[in-house]
Design a protein around this ligand. Structure first.
Ligand SMILES: [Zn+2]
Length: 133
């Protein structure tokens, strides 16, 4: 590839759970387990670490939706509390599991865009703080 290649958007690659550099290779080998290396551009993802950031964002987003949802259906429809709790639990569980992968992928893509020297090795080259011996 020649220089000047446009970089994919961190949000679009994150939502698609794709490699932050090329936007084509898959990012996950398991539910939240990252691949070691992008299958397309060979970006080393072993040192990429989003920490607890994705979980925190997902918790805030899901609860901001679930709490008004629970109070709304309880007051508008008068459903029993056990049914409201059951529906809200399904919403929280489904929303959390559904948003966690894209949230992690977006944070990794943002790290790659703004601080690539801290978390990524470029094409097998060395990078500070990665721990090659
Ligand atoms: Zn790639």
């Amino acid at each position: 590839m020649a220089g000047g290649v446009s970089r994919p958007s961190p949000v679009s690659t994150g939502l698609a759970c794709r490699c932050p550099r090329c936007g084509r290779g898959g990012l996950f080998s398991g539910f939240l387990t990252l691949v070691e290396r992008c299958e397309i551009c060979q970006l080393d993802l072993r040192a990429a670490d989003s920490g607890d950031g994705p979980a925190v964002f997902v918790i805030f987003i899901v609860l901001a939706i679930a709490v008004p949802f629970a109070f709304s259906i309880w007051t508008w429809f008068g459903w029993p509390a056990w049914l409201v709790m059951l529906l809200t639990s399904v919403l929280v569980l489904g929303g959390s599991l559904g948003l966690l992968r894209p949230a992690k992928a977006i944070l990794i893509a943002l790290q790659f865009r703004h601080r690539p020297q801290d978390s990524f090795r470029q094409n097998g080259g060395s990078s500070r703080g990665v721990g090659d011996h």
